[in-house]
Design a protein around this ligand. Structure first.
Ligand SMILES: [Zn+2]
Length: 200
């Protein structure tokens, strides 16, 4: 009898270890308003998240919204470096902050609009800014930067600007980088995972 209880406990421990091979990182999302309306709806956000998860989960890294709030003015439009950096004060420790804005202008090429950026703010704090015009895989692309990847020139690579309508993908070297950054974020407690769950 005692042995079987121990065996069950051992099985449960083994099962929880298997589950924890996947790390779920928390995202805080803040969405700008235009008048009384949010500039993007829940469906838009879920599509960005689903695309990011489809691309990252094979490497053991998942994302989940844990907080969804409005982005207060004057932070709804980004035209300059100081405006991007000013978002630092709206960020939280141990999570990835995502800001969705009405307009995101390139800071090196004024007049050129961007769909997203992974920005380094005060004290080295990194976060993601998405434009309302962002294509579905832009969150995945910016998280690709967050997890250590530079741009790629390969068509349909997540980290490329070149798309022909085919499936987007990370290559094996990028997968290794994502896994290495996941381990580093856990070790250094830059990010603290949320408890494992199959949801979203
Ligand atoms: Zn990029």
């Amino acid at each position: 009898m005692k042995w079987s209880v121990l065996a069950i406990v051992a099985l449960l421990v083994a099962a929880s270890r298997t589950a924890s091979a996947e790390t779920t990182f928390p995202l805080h999302i803040a969405v700008a308003r235009e008048g009384s309306d949010r500039i993007v709806d829940r469906e838009w956000l879920e599509e960005q998240l689903a695309t990011a998860n489809r691309l990252f989960v094979p490497f053991g890294t998942r994302f989940r919204w844990v907080l969804d709030k409005d982005l207060p003015e004057p932070h709804g439009e980004m035209h300059t470096r100081p405006q991007r950096t000013a978002l630092s004060k709206l960020t939280s420790e141990h999570v990835i902050d995502i800001f969705v804005v009405r307009a995101l202008e390139d800071v090196d090429e004024p007049g050129r609009m961007r769909m997203g950026v992974c920005w380094t703010g005060n004290a080295g704090k990194r976060y993601v800014i998405l434009s309302r015009t962002a294509a579905t895989s832009v969150l995945a692309h910016e998280l690709g930067h967050y997890f250590g990847n530079p741009h790629s020139a390969v068509t349909n690579n997540v980290m490329s600007y070149s798309r022909d309508g085919g499936d987007v993908f990370f290559d094996e070297a990028q997968a290794r980088t994502i896994k290495a950054f996941t381990s580093r974020f856990l070790k250094e407690k830059t990010l603290v995972p949320v408890s494992a769950s199959p949801a979203s």
